[in-house]
Design a protein around this ligand. Structure first.
Ligand code: NCD
Length: 313
């Protein structure tokens, strides 16, 4: 696999996923022992044209934990020359002179790929509109493995805004590469999973069902993946209101979830998970956010020290 750029889940082969996950396990030890130094002298730029807490800060933490440094533009849509009308390509042509790799989050579908087309340094997609969030999918897979001891032969329920939620879209794609995956997609009509992802699932032969209620199916799930309704992507406020508040995972629904199952959420949460659920040992979303640091340490190390290649065998 060429790990020059990280743009979408589709670029990974199953063997690459194993490599990245096992490197992330090593990175967890490096982070815990504070022994990281493999990116000393390197600079990572984070160019964020949309809000972020976890993705930007965990990339920056990952870089710092490996001895590297960061150049951050956290409100690039307001404070970079994008305000003056500069294109993402022109911005990247400048920042590539200042940094060894660039993480981009942008509201436009395909923005990271457009940046990669002109960049001489690796571009990492930190979320491109309602398209993909590949590093989130990797940390989600790492979390499933850490929590359940395996990633294969699981029934995963994706709940909420599956149309605009890039985290759920990327997770569905990455799980389609894992043997024995079954997906249950729970969303209101109008924001169900888009046909492009369903076509991939059909081609690969991943069994899935489309549901509108969580209660009747929750007892079948190994993973419940809750998501936020993506307010900022709806064409009108009224259309957002129509789709919001449909699902809340509360303590009574948790009684129906098997004891060995796990609850995940890419965060931020609005009202999809009752706060009382946080005390439940099956609530993994804060551990999931922490895993973002280990996955991003692994990716940065592989990209910047691996000669752009993950070596097989
Ligand atoms: C998600 C995102 O930005 O796509 N957050 C994240 O990166 N953890 C999910 C969301 O905003 O709802």
């Amino acid at each position: 696999m060429n790990l020059q750029h990280v743009l979408e889940v589709d670029q990974f082969a199953p063997a690459d996923l194993d490599r990245i996950l096992s490197h992330a396990r090593r990175m967890k030890t490096v982070a815990e022992n504070r022994t990281g130094s493999s990116l000393r002298g390197r600079i990572l730029s984070t160019l964020f044209f949309e809000p972020s807490t976890r993705t930007r800060l965990s990339f920056e933490s990952a870089m710092l934990r490996l001895g590297g440094q960061i150049l951050s533009s956290e409100m690039a849509s307001e404070t970079s020359s994008a305000v003056k009308g500069e294109t993402i390509q022109d911005t990247v042509r400048i920042v590539e002179s200042y940094a060894d790799a660039i993480v981009i989050r942008h509201p436009d579908y395909g923005a990271a790929a457009e940046a990669a087309a002109v960049s001489s340094v690796p571009i990492i997609n930190g979320g491109d509109g309602p398209h993909e969030h590949p590093t989130q999918a990797l940390l989600d897979l790492f979390t499933i493995q850490s929590e359940l001891g395996r990633v294969d032969n699981l029934t995963v329920g994706l709940v909420g805004d599956l149309r605009y939620g890039r985290a759920a879209r990327s997770l569905a794609r990455i799980l389609s590469m894992v043997p024995g995956t079954r997906l249950v997609m729970i969303a209101p009509d109008g924001i169900q999973m888009e046909q492009d992802i369903l076509t991939v699932l059909d081609e690969v032969g991943v069994p899935y069902s489309l549901e509108t209620e969580l209660g009747p199916v929750i007892a079948d799930l190994d993973v419940v993946y809750m998501t936020r309704v993506q307010k900022e992507r709806f064409p009108t406020f009224a259309s957002y209101i129509e789709m919001s508040g449909k699902y809340q995972l509360d303590t009574s629904l948790m009684k129906l979830l098997p004891p060995s199952s796990v609850v995940m959420h890419p965060l931020p949460r609005v009202d999809e998970i009752e706060h009382a659920v946080d005390q439940d040992p099956r609530a993994a979303y804060f551990r999931q956010a922490r895993n973002g640091v280990y996955i991003r340490m692994a990716l940065l190390d592989l990209i910047l020290n691996g000669n752009g290649q993950i070596h097989h065998g």
